[in-house]
Design a protein around this ligand. Structure first.
Ligand SMILES: C[S@@+](CC[C@H](N)C(=O)[O-])C[C@H]1O[C@@H](n2cnc3c(N)ncnc32)[C@H](O)[C@@H]1O
Length: 319
């Protein structure tokens, strides 16, 4: 469908709004903490990283160890939370000892350099497995990596995709999903012989994507960005019907989940990541996998962190 044909669906008010929206489309919100040298972690960041750590160390090693890890938005390898340094996703994955090779992609040159320094502090046998890519856009670097044929299709592959905002292109998700095919084992139904690339996607609902979906189109015409939605959702056809039928923003999450199923995943589980202090949802972590054990393990890891952060401990008020 061309952009021209789409405009013919609009009435005059929507058309005027859309013109402003398209002009604003180049704007991609950037997290405030990126302006600082060392990234600041929030309670919900710690929660997310703790789920990752528990998941990888709590059974993943046994079920799917020895494969490849891809971190598309690898960050700095660490961040600061309440005055203390905490490991970022790349370091959590490396220290889990679950992977033979880790491909780490970080676009920002300063963060990329910080990550390199942090990786040097790993034990040499863990450091050797880490391939830090030059600062680049993962929507270009991941397809190049897949085309390069260095990722063993016969081994498990896990991609952690944790953008700040709306940077993850649907085309990148499609490329990852197409890289490997599910091969069920006819004699043991619960253990596939080979799985597709397992995906953990931070779908930034409340902090970014829902803000593109204005409830009051007349009052906030420029808060919506069709080009950004195209980029995240996979083209105009992926969301246009929701816009036309005035669906609430949550329909975008459901549509994204449906589109992951359509890429061939057996299980797609969106889990809310909340602020541990006030319970507000910040984003959804969407887990797409073919392996039934992976799903149970993820639920277990999520429950553990819920317990860690939801339980009141003596002395907690000292923070
Ligand atoms: C939410 S942070 C990731 C944090 C990381 N997972 C951690 O645990 O520390 C997102 C990171 O992605 C980087 N980034 C943004 N757009 C990118 C892109 N298109 N390709 C690669 N990295 C990108 C940002 O510079 C930022 O460091």
């Amino acid at each position: 469908m061309s952009g021209h044909e789409q405009l013919s669906f609009l009435n005059e008010v929507d058309l005027a709004a859309l013109t402003i929206e398209i002009e604003a489309a180049a704007h991609q919100p950037v997290a405030k903490d990126l302006a600082t040298q060392l990234r600041e972690f929030h309670g919900w960041t710690i929660d997310k990283l703790e789920i990752l750590r528990l998941y990888l160390r709590g059974g993943y090693v046994r079920i799917a160890g020895g494969g490849t890890y891809i971190d598309g938005f690898a960050g700095q390898g660490e961040g600061e939370y309440r005055g203390a340094l905490r490991d970022g996703s790349a370091v959590v994955a490396a220290e889990s000892d679950a992977f033979r090779a880790l491909h780490l992609i970080e676009q920002d040159p300063t963060s990329n350099a910080r990550l390199r320094d942090r990786l040097e502090q790993l034990a040499p046998r863990l450091r050797k497995r880490c391939h830090l890519h030059p600062a680049s856009d993962c929507n270009i670097a991941i397809p190049e990596l897949l085309d390069g044929g260095v990722i063993d299709r016969t081994k498990p592959c896990f991609a952690f995709l944790d953008p700040n905002s709306t940077e993850l292109a649907w085309t990148t998700v499609e490329r990852l999903a197409a890289y490997k095919t599910l091969v069920p084992k006819p004699d043991a139904r619960r253990r596939p012989a080979e799985c597709k690339v397992e995906l953990w996607i931070l779908f930034n609902t409340h902090q970014a994507i829902y803000r593109l979906w204005t409830g009051n189109r007349t009052r906030y015409p420029d808060s919506m960005s069709p080009a950004t939605l195209d980029h995240v959702m996979g083209g105009r056809d992926a969301w246009w019907d929701l816009w036309e039928s005035r669906q609430p923003s949550v329909a975008l999450l459901q549509r994204y989940v449906d589109r992951l199923y359509a890429l061939g995943y057996t299980y797609v589980l969106p889990q809310p990541i909340r602020d541990p202090e006030d319970g507000r949802i910040h984003y959804y972590m969407i887990h797409a996998t073919d392996h039934p054990s992976a799903l149970g393990l993820m639920r277990w890891a999520k429950r553990q962190t819920g317990r860690i952060y939801a339980t009141e401990l003596p002395g907690i008020d000292q923070f």
